[in-house]
Design a binder for this molecule. Sequence first.
Ligand code: FES
Ligand SMILES: [Fe+2]
Length: 377
Amino acid sequence: MSEHHPPVSPLLDRCPEALPASSYFDPDWYAREERAIWRRNWVHVGRLDDIPAGTMRRVQVGGQNLILCRDRDGQVTAFHNTCRHRGAELCSAAEKPLGKLITCPYHNWAYDLSGRLVSTAFATPTPDFRKEEHGLFPVHTRDWNGFLFVCLDDAPPELRPDMGLKALDNWPMDRLKTGHRLVKELDCNWKIFWENYNECLHCPGIHPELCDMVPIYKRGVMAANEASGWVPDAPKQPVLKDGAQTWTMTGAPCGPEFAGLTAEERANGFNFVTIYPTMFVVAHVDYVRSVTVTPLGPERTRLTAEWLFAGETLAQPGFDAGNVAEFATLVLDQDGAACEMNQRGLRSEKYQGGRLMPQEFDILKFHDWVRAQMESA
Ligand code: FES
Ligand SMILES: [Fe+2]
């Protein structure tokens, strides 16, 4: 038997200062974040399954232009989208077929799929030029539960989702297929999105439908141990409303429930995994959803939400993934509008930064993470 630890209240015993207002719009701050955060951490670039074998795809990460190459055998490599001759862009299309070589469109230098320079085409270098010193600049890649990540740092950190790498072990992640995708651009800094994600004080006012689905949210908190009057031995209440098993409009599962889940994972109704700065995953009993955060500028952020399903769910007659997505899309639209409202207001020259409330302990953790990243860079 493992030792029993009663849950404790996570509420803060003070109201710490939030990040400075300028961190949400200052171009210099943003450029430092690109270097300190976005080029040093693992960044999600899409489901591996959604890159067909024999494809080259252009992606932007941390302000850098990269290519993802998936060869005919399904192996993935990534490089800076830059030729070693005079620096031309190797791939200008969003996506194109990938053969055995990566050929620069400018003077036709060719690289193999490991990035090695194999031909300088019409150019005939003298012996002082060594081909083996002019391979493509490689970028680290990693597959985690079917999600493809890249890291621009030469020494990537561990990939460390908050709940540990085992968080999704009971979900059949590798055989889930993307059934629906929503891409949304917001006029806000990327940190505003994560702050909103990390608190539920806004839930009663912003999310009536979500509060109906998850009754504790009506009290402006994420879990019972944050609510006033909570005592450690209080009996556990169901997370979702009576009769609901998942986040769909009706609360009914959209297909067969995943077989391997524990009773607790089932009872939770939703299981969040957060991977700063790039994405979060929400695993339900019947489907999984991911939301990827991509900064496009100091005050512009792209969200990519993807709904993942088992083949047997997608194959049901009349199955409509868009319908399943309706509930979370509604919530995401509400959050997006709140984020933009937050961004517009913090632009006042009078506002220098706010204060966090005791319930905003997860925002404090996020801010501490951002500060530590910036300092260590
Ligand atoms: S810049 Fe690529 S071959 Fe010249
Ligand atoms: Fe929200």
